[in-house]
Structures are given as C-alpha cells and as structure tokens.
Design a protein around this ligand. Structure first.
Ligand code: ADP
Length: 373
C-alpha cells in the first residue's frame, strides 16, 4: 500500500510518497510560497500540484491517484484528546479545528491540506499524526504550570510538548541500535533544528519535554528565546510600550540564536561568525555557549527525573550535522552522567513514522471490515 505523507505549513506543503511495506520513499518534494506571487493560490492548489507531479506522464512515480492507499497528515496540536494517531473523520476534523485556538499558526494550514485531500483524493482514507501525542504520558507534575489551577481547567493552559513524532522515531531507533527493549531504557532525545526541544523518554514513554504550552519554551532556538522569566517580558512590554503582537514576534522570531548573535538564526552562519575576532565573533560565541549550556542543563534535569540514563540522542539539522556539539556536550558531562550512558546521533524521519502510522491504522480498518463481511 502506498501512503502519501502531507505536511502543510502556513506557506508550504511538503509531501513524500512511501511504499511502507518495502520501507521505501518513492518521491518527495515541497510546494513553497503558497499564496505569494509566482506560486500557487492556496493549499488546495498545492495539493493539486502534488498529485499532478506524482502522476505526471513521463516523470511521475505512479500512473493514477488510485494507487495511493492512504494519506498521513502531520498535525501539530491534538490537545489532550488525541493521545495517538487517528483516522480522520468529521468529528476528528472538528476537534482539530477547536485546537486551532491553541495552535493558530499550525493547525489551520493542516486543516486546509486535509480538506483539499478529501476533495482531490476523494475516498482515500486519511490519518492525522499529532506532534503532541507522544507527550501525553507526561505526569501532571511535569505538565502543569505553577499558575492558579483554574487556568488549566478553564483554558487548557498546560505544557503539551511538540516534535513528538521525531522524539518517538529516534527513541525507537535508539532501542533498535542498542539492541534493548524500549521498556527498559532511559533516554534523552534532543531534536535540534530551527526549533529545538528535548524529551525524557523512560520505558518508551515521554515523561517530560522542554517545549510547553507553545513551542516557545525550553532550549535556545533559532529565533525563539526558550525559557525565561515571564516578568522580564512584562517589564519590556511596559518599558517599550509594545503591543502583544510585537512582543510575540520578538519572542518567537527575533530572539534565540538570532537575537544573541545578531548575525543569523542558522547555526552554520553562527559557527562561521564565531571563527573571527571582534564584537561579532564574541556574540556568535556567546550564542553557541548559551545553546550548549541549556542542553547540558536539561540533560542533568532529565537524568534526575528518570533516575538514570542509558543514552542521549541528537537529531535534526544541528543535531545530525554537528558532531563537535555532541562531543562537547558528552565531554563536559562525562563526570556527571552515568558512566554507561551513550551519546548517539540518529537521523530523524518524521515522515516515515507518519506513513507507518497511517498504514497500520488503515490496514487494521480494512482487516476489520473484511472480517465483518
Ligand atoms: P527545521 O526545524 O526547520 O526542520 P532543520 O532540522 O532542518 O530545521 O535544522 C535547521 C538547522 O540545522 C539550522 O540551524 C542549520 O544551520 C542547521 N544545520 C543544517 N545542516 C547543518 C550543517 N551541515 N552544519 C551545521 N548546522 C547545520
């Protein structure tokens, strides 16, 4: 069965077609700048382009869209309701719409992609795979903020965590590589991309993660501040007379590696910038030190939370391509973490996990339908 994986962002639609049984990716690509001049009008038009590309006469990898057995969508926010990947029904779509309030930048484009697929690829079953699901096993003590409890009950203010598909993928891979059952492992997974998050995965379950109510909390990221004292934000707000929208932009788009280095949000530029002398190089070095320091701090915290540590896994753009960052963290924590703890780099593959989940759910549904007839 072929599974088409769709990941819709606000202005892009990434896709990948998998033959899940053979563990093979047949085609992948991205439609960018959706809604801008020179690109397509909206997500519906993007899905049309994707289907046309896949079925193109000369270069397409399939001859008809009927060869697609299922579609897996990446959906960022599944609230507390979706603790696992799920078949998309009208009811599920309405729930995802409800969680748009918690993820206003992320859930609406996914919904556009889902709706476009149900029209263009009519009748093909669709599955939603949520970024938040893997972290549903966090205990209350880890997911609640120290705010009046009614904000949780009234508005769902709590830590949800994100990048769950990636943390799940690399933690399962780690168990395979270490040749040990996930059940007995205490792992720390570090997803270091533009957005960065870490998770404590004990016995295959996420018991804590660094992102929170939104992806802003935790590590120093490309453009996000990560952890800070909310009172600092209130102070800046008052001093500079900023609007909420402006503060939101500063925290999410102008902070982190970019805000500290003043050079870039891209680790490659910062590493290059740090090589020189002068004020610019100093700021780049500071950004790198802060980035590493926070990772170390979270490793210490998560080792304590799990009561042990078998391996720390690094993944995503920075994690997969910067062995020296991994070596530094490992070297500096040598005396701190358990002697048997391993430091591993494992490439993530969120799309493959989405395809596998979609395949398993759709196959189970088919098998059940067969056994009923
Ligand atoms: P996203 O969160 O957008 O999916 P990625 O996982 O692609 O991000 O990671 C983007 C980050 O990875 C950038 O900061 C980039 O500098 C870094 N990165 C990618 N390749 C390399 C490399 N070869 N060396 C250092 N950093 C890299």
């Amino acid at each position: 069965m072929l599974i088409l994986v769709i990941n819709c962002g606000s202005s892009s639609a990434k896709y990948q077609l998998f033959d899940v049984k053979k563990n093979r990716s047949l085609a992948k690509g991205v439609v960018e700048r959706i809604g801008q001049a020179g690109s397509c009008r909206d997500h519906r038009a993007a899905i049309e382009i994707i289907v046309d590309t896949l079925t193109e006469k000369e270069r397409g990898v399939i001859t008809s869209k009927d060869e697609i057995g299922g579609i897996g969508h990446r959906v960022v926010h599944g609230g507390e309701e979706f603790t696992a990947s799920t078949l998309l029904t009208g009811k599920v779509i309405r729930s995802i719409e409800r969680y748009s309030e918690l993820a206003p930048l992320h859930n609406p484009p996914s919904l556009s992609g889902i709706k476009a697929c149900s029209e263009i690829l009519k009748g093909i079953p669709q599955v939603a795979v949520f970024d938040t699901s893997f972290h549903h096993t966090m205990p209350r003590s880890a997911f609640l903020y120290g705010l009046p409890l009614e904000y949780y009950t009234k508005y769902g203010i709590r830590r949800y965590g994100f990048h769950g598909t990636s943390h799940r993928f690399v933690s399962e891979e780690a168990a395979r590589i270490l040749r040990r059952p996930a059940k007995g492992l205490k792992l720390i997974t570090c997803h270091l991309g533009n957005g960065c998050s870490m998770a404590a995965v004990s016995g295959g379950r996420s018991i804590d993660t660094s992102m929170g109510f939104t992806p802003l909390e935790g590590l120093l990221m490309g453009t996000r501040s990560g952890d800070l004292d909310p009172a600092a934000v209130l102070y800046i707000l008052e001093k500079e007379g900023l609007t909420f929208a402006r503060v939101n932009d500063i925290l999410n788009k102008e902070s982190g590696l970019l805000g500290i280095s003043g050079v870039s949000n891209d680790m490659r530029d910062i590493l290059k910038g740090a090589r020189g002398r002068g004020a610019r190089a100093k700021r780049c070095k500071l950004a790198i030190e802060m980035f590493i320091y926070r990772i170390k701090k979270y490793i210490g915290a998560y080792q304590a939370a799990m009561g042990g540590l078998d391996a720390v896994i690094f993944t995503a753009g920075v994690g997969e391509n910067n062995p020296w960052i991994v070596k530094r963290v490992a070297g500096e924590l040598k005396e701190v973490v358990s002697k048997k703890a391993k430091f591993l780099i494992i490439p993530t593959n969120e799309e493959l996990l989405i395809a596998r989940d979609a395949y398993n759910i759709i196959k189970r549904r088919r098998d059940n339908a067969k056994s009923e007839t």
